[in-house]
Write a protein that binds this ligand. Structure first.
Ligand code: HEM
Length: 85
């Protein structure tokens, strides 16, 4: 498990999509990306998780400003833990 960033949720607890990841995506994010995938839908996010993480790390998404490192660390931990629902 990636515990490098202590702000990424509670250390030791499992990161889940519904509880921890979905709330990171704003209504604007969802509506902007809806033609490509639904950021509020578990299956869509899992299917595109590498591209999503890549854009967030690069700072090219969201289009109106990069995510804080704490958000990115949490998403990375979620993926590292096997993308739990
Ligand atoms: C956390 C929020 C967001 C994530 C994770 C995200 C993720 C992505 C990803 C992975 C792609 C590439 C899709 C592909 O090539 O199949 C993409 C493309 C795009 N996104 Fe987002 N997006 C987010 C928010 C936004 C917002 C807020 C806007 C603008 C209002 C936006 C506008 C676009 C546009 C115009 C493209 C197509 C052009 C491009 O690839 O740069 N996205 N996004």
């Amino acid at each position: 498990m990636n515990t490098n960033d202590e702000t990424a949720g509670t250390p030791g607890s499992t990161v889940g999509f519904e509880a921890d990841i979905r709330p990171l995506f704003r209504e604007l994010d969802r509506s902007s990306m809806l033609e490509t995938f639904d950021l509020w839908k578990y299956d869509d996010v899992v299917s595109n998780q590498d591209a999503i993480l890549g854009h967030l790390v690069a700072g090219s998404m969201p289009c109106d400003g990069p995510w804080p490192q704490s958000h990115i660390a949490l998403l990375r931990r979620w993926i590292d833990d096997g993308s739990q629902p």
